[in-house]
Design a protein around this ligand. Sequence first.
Ligand SMILES: [Zn+2]
Length: 290
Amino acid sequence: MGIHVGSKTGGASQKSGGDPSWLMSGKQAKSVEKEHDDAAQDRKDARGKLWRYYLKPEAAGKIFFLNGDIVTEGEEKGSFDINFVEEHKVTTQGSKVPNFYVCVSRTETCPLCEAGNFASFVGLFGIIDTTVFTDRDGKEHKNRKRIFAAKGQTIKKLAKKAAQNGGSIVGMLMDVSRSDNRSATVGDDFDKIGVWPLEALGKNIDAEKWQDVIAVPDFAEELTYLSAAEMREKFHMDDPSGPGYQGQSGEPGSDAPAYPDGGDDSLPIPPGDGGGASGSDKVDYNDIPF
Ligand SMILES: [Zn+2]
């Protein structure tokens, strides 16, 4: 820092010591400008994509699952019939919200792995977050579709819920809460409220576009895959003085409390179990507690 670049022409009255370090010029200014551009581009890209489900420590929410059937036969028996991916969590400068990048180590040398950012193996679920969120303009949002990326312990907990429900968590509405900053960012406690047919849950949200509401996310579309070369370019990995990256996967405590839509659950929860789907086509929409 504090490198004085540029030339002052005819500077008879130049102060000793030069400009303060926060006044940037030349190469440094260009570099910082690019950081801002990149962060803005990331935010723009992210707007078109589904957000990750995230709970602040000690927060709670209410969600239901769009996929999550358990395989009933063959070698995969007992596992979720869902997509899995190895991915890196990266928090770039200028952005508090982490971004996720598919680990490319299966096909080429992965720059993020090489840089010591541990990839996580996660199972991919689509959920609807029914938690009400009021934005800065006072507008209320709820029933947002989210990607729920679950690591091993979370998958085990969900598999247990599925096993208790005939081998599926599809259409299962759950209270979810996160104990503290060391626990999984998607929450570590899951409590079944009830199970409904997805169609009924979808129609409860939008009677016309219910099919869109309950469509499982296209993960191939939603996840970000960069080649090794694209990663090196993006994270300035060939530039030792570049801003690089910070943040590691697998450290829930390092999460910035960045998501503006935290999970405070202000919805009343009706008493009782809410009943099961029980294969009935007749659904009393008044029973659906959101
Ligand atoms: Zn990797």
